[in-house]
Design a protein around this ligand. Structure first.
Ligand code: ADP
Length: 306
């Protein structure tokens, strides 16, 4: 089983020709609501590939929260530990995108920040018997760390995605992650090393190994990613296939969800194979628009992946 401790966000997206100025009201030409939040995205991708999944998160006691729970159920995800609070609204991201594709975004984390130690204690049994746990930083970082430590000390494989990046990351995140997976900008914020190539990503990997990570993956968009581990401290570039990208939003979450799926369901695969397959899944997701709406289902993928 894959357990995700993380965030849910409702994306409220308006498409306009240009971005409004302060105090201005403008008309947009399209509006849609999407399901997002890094934790939920990762859980959805793992579920669509066929993993047994359980989400630990908090939403508001409001219509967005109800809709999100339905979304998890539709995707076959266990919602036993999806809490609903009256003290905050479901996390929301108000997004305005202009015709050049530039955007302005306001995120109100809301209920996500109310996920607390008591919630983790209630779910302790599920956390401790999981195959893989995924944590990120869109909830209170101390709660994310607590979940990671609870899993780690019980021999559960821990997959940590330090997103959105915090420059001052508690060093215990490094020492309690079996897999530490970040993108280029997160890598730079954590290490101060600008990442523009697989070589740079390799340097980041070496720094993070020194901080106590066991296996580091730095994703590089169309370039795939670089992996490095304590067992084999030589950076290895695992390229992604060439595809026509339509919308890369949420590609990183598709990748992380796929990693967890392959680690949990195919424990005998090498990490390099797991990464190669996850690159493929994420590269499929960039060929359709939207976030979760672009994540592929097992039945639509080449069966030799499984
Ligand atoms: P994030 O979404 O966090 O910025 P990346 O852009 O690094 O993450 O993308 C994550 C993964 O998605 C990559 O490692 C790769 O597997 C896949 N991917 C992203 N963009 C492309 C692309 N243009 N072509 C093929 N694969 C891609």
């Amino acid at each position: 089983e894959v357990v995700v401790v993380g965030s849910c966000m409702t994306d409220l997206v308006s498409l306009t020709t240009r971005l409004p100025k302060a105090g201005e009201t403008i008309h947009g030409h399209k509006f849609f609501i999407g399901f997002g939040g890094k934790g939920a995205n990762q859980c959805i991708q793992a579920a669509r590939l066929g993993a047994k999944t359980l989400m630990i998160c908090k939403v508001g006691k409001d219509s967005f929260g109800n809709d999100y729970i339905e979304n998890f159920k539709r995707n076959g995800i266990s919602t036993d530990f999806v809490g609903q609070t009256e003290d905050a609204a479901t996390g929301a991201a108000s997004i305005i995108v202009n015709s050049e594709g530039q955007n302005v975004i306001v995120i109100v984390a809301g209920a996500n920040l109310l996920l607390d130690s008591e919630d983790l204690k209630r779910a302790a049994n599920a956390i401790c018997k999981a195959k893989v746990i995924i944590c990120q930083l869109e909830i209170t970082p101390a709660i994310s760390l607590e979940a990671l430590k609870m899993a780690y000390s019980n021999g559960v494989k821990t997959l940590f995605n330090p997103a959105p990046a915090h420059a001052e990351l508690d060093p215990q995140f490094y020492t309690h992650s079996d897999i530490f997976c970040c993108n280029e900008s997160e890598a730079e914020i954590l290490t101060g090393i600008p990442v523009g190539s697989p070589e740079d990503a390799g340097k980041v990997g070496l720094v993070l190994l020194e901080r106590g990570c066991k296996l580091v993956i730095v994703t590089l968009g169309a370039e795939g990613c670089v992996m490095i581990s304590v067992d084999e401290p030589i950076p290895k570039h695992v390229p992604a296939g060439k595809v026509r990208a339509v919308d890369t939003t949420g590609a990183g979450d598709s990748f992380v969800g796929a990693l967890a799926f392959f680690m949990a369901c195919y424990p005998n695969l090498s990490m390099e194979e797991v990464i190669r397959k996850s690159n493929f899944i994420a590269s499929v997701s960039v060929q359709a628009s939207g976030t979760q709406s672009s994540y592929p289902y097992r039945k639509d993928l080449p069966q030799d992946l499984f």
